[in-house]
Design a protein around this ligand. Structure first.
Ligand SMILES: Cc1cc2nc3c(=O)[nH]c(=O)nc-3n(C[C@H](O)[C@H](O)[C@H](O)COP(=O)(O)O)c2cc1C
Length: 228
């Protein structure tokens, strides 16, 4: 009788622990998708409003390139790591945004994308951009965000930097990576945009961190350190 009672109590404890574990996992998953849903809304709203600078912080534009799909350490994602980071900046500054979209989308398969990017780098290519930023001349501060690809800026970022006039503007770079940090790209941007005021105190976050609340808080801390 005593043994039966003990077993019953053990089973009850086991069930309670199981319920607690399942509840925690579903809370974490929900929170993650809420963060991503929010990022998409923030970016859609800011992109739509880039034609109407007066409805947002009319002097700041957050531009970014980010690749959705399979990526190192984060699995298959609908919103890229850099796009999430851009959404934190847009939300905090109430700025407009512009997503740099390639004419030929990169593969959502991580290994294929690695090859595509490697080929572009070898050829020093300038992949075409599908869309145009509106009213670039209306902004005096431009954030530029991108992932590190093969220890460098993705080649499409060279297209972006070379195709538009950033003279006299304040440029603030940010990036995501999986170990390379900024890989000297803040200096690369400074060297390319010689008539702009490029702030080399950009922020580099690991892509996997950029997807978490810790990444969001790091981004806000960085913006505050820049005086925002
Ligand atoms: C084609 C390609 C090349 C990459 N090369 C590097 C690299 O050299 N160094 C590094 O730290 N991470 C590298 N990564 C990882 C990305 O920089 C990292 O996952 C980043 O957060 C992706 O951002 P995104 O989701 O905004 O595209 C590479 C990823 C891809 C797809």
């Amino acid at each position: 009788m005593f043994i039966l009672k003990k077993t019953f109590i053990e089973i009850c404890i086991f069930i309670l622990v199981l319920i607690a574990v399942i509840t925690t996992i579903s809370y974490v998953n929900n929170k993650k998708s809420t963060n991503e849903d929010n990022a998409q809304n923030v970016l859609d709203d800011a992109e739509n409003n880039s034609n109407l600078p007066n409805t947002h912080n009319n002097k700041i534009l957050v531009t970014y390139f980010s690749r959705p799909g399979g990526n190192y350490n984060v699995g298959n994602v609908e919103i890229g790591n850099t796009a999430l980071m851009a959404s934190y900046i847009v939300e905090y500054l109430d700025s407009s945004s512009f997503e740099i979209l390639p004419v030929n989308a990169y593969s959502t398969d991580y290994s294929i994308a690695l090859e595509e990017a490697s080929k572009e780098k070898e050829q020093n290519a300038r992949p075409a951009i599908k869309n145009e930023p509106t009213n670039l001349e209306d902004y005096d501060t431009i954030f530029i965000g991108y992932p590190i690809w093969h220890g460098d800026l993705p080649m499409i970022m060279y297209t972006f930097l070379e195709n538009y006039n950033f003279d006299g503007k304040k440029i603030i770079p940010f990036n995501t990576h999986e170990g390379s940090g900024s890989a000297g790209t803040f200096e690369t941007i400074k060297n390319k945009l010689i008539n702009s005021n490029v702030n080399t105190n950009g922020l580099s976050l690991k892509g996997s961190i950029a997807r978490t609340d810790e990444g969001k808080q790091e981004t806000i801390k960085w913006l505050k350190s820049l005086g925002y």
